[in-house]
Design a protein. Structure first.
Length: 214
């Protein structure tokens, strides 16, 4: 009984396999077309990346790659729709007179330009607000002068005096000390009181009045 069941299963398997082979042969011998192409703009021939290509007849589609290249399986007479943001949606009908099952195209798309009316944008919502700002504005306090005032030595010193020490500042101070020790390795530490260049710079700054400004 078991041997008969095995023989019956083998016959069914061989029949199914032969039917599948026949179906594959019919499928491969059909009039399918491997359609490939590049999608570019009409004016400057620049590739349109990630354009949507939809087969309206077969109800399936693909998306082009970064270079505007796409490849899909179609049939003669299929209608393809190309859509991309900022461009007019266009269609293409696969020819039914092709002698080969591979076909390549270069599809160009037009820009969809909309001319909108001019809009004037003002920084004030009303004439009253403009008049108030115009009267209260300070003409000599422009952005450059405010930046110079905020980045002056007094302002930076005032801000630095109120900053709390953190890990980065501590690490920088330790690294500066380490680099100083390397610079004066096996030597006496540098003393600016005995440095003639430092004294010359001090006298020069004193004569020019830079010490008063600080």
């Amino acid at each position: 009984m078991q041997a008969k069941f095995q023989i019956l299963f083998l016959i069914c398997f061989v029949s199914f396999f032969g039917y599948g082979q026949q179906q594959d042969t019919v499928f491969l011998d059909s009039n399918m077309i491997q359609l490939s192409g590049v999608i570019v703009t009409e004016d400057d021939l620049e590739p349109l990346s990630y354009t949507t290509v939809f087969d309206k007849t077969a109800r399936r589609g693909v998306i082009a790659d970064y270079y505007g290249y796409f490849s899909m399986v179609t049939f003669p007479g299929d209608t393809l729709a190309f859509s991309f943001y900022g461009h007019k949606t266009s269609t293409y009908i696969v020819p039914d007179t092709l002698a080969d099952n591979r076909y390549s195209i270069i599809h160009m798309m037009q820009k969809d330009t909309l001319n909108l009316p001019a809009v004037d944008v003002y920084p004030w919502p009303s004439r009253e607000d403009f008049a108030r700002v115009f009267v209260e504005m300070q003409p000599y306090d422009d952005a450059l002068r405010r930046a110079q005032r905020d980045l002056s030595g007094e302002s930076l010193a005032f801000v630095a005096a109120r900053l709390e020490g953190d890990a980065s500042l501590s690490y920088g101070a330790v690294q500066n000390q380490y680099n100083t020790r390397l610079y004066t390795n096996n030597q006496l530490p540098a003393n600016n009181l005995l440095n003639p260049y430092a004294w010359a710079k001090l006298v020069k700054d004193w004569k020019e009045g830079k010490l008063k400004k600080q």
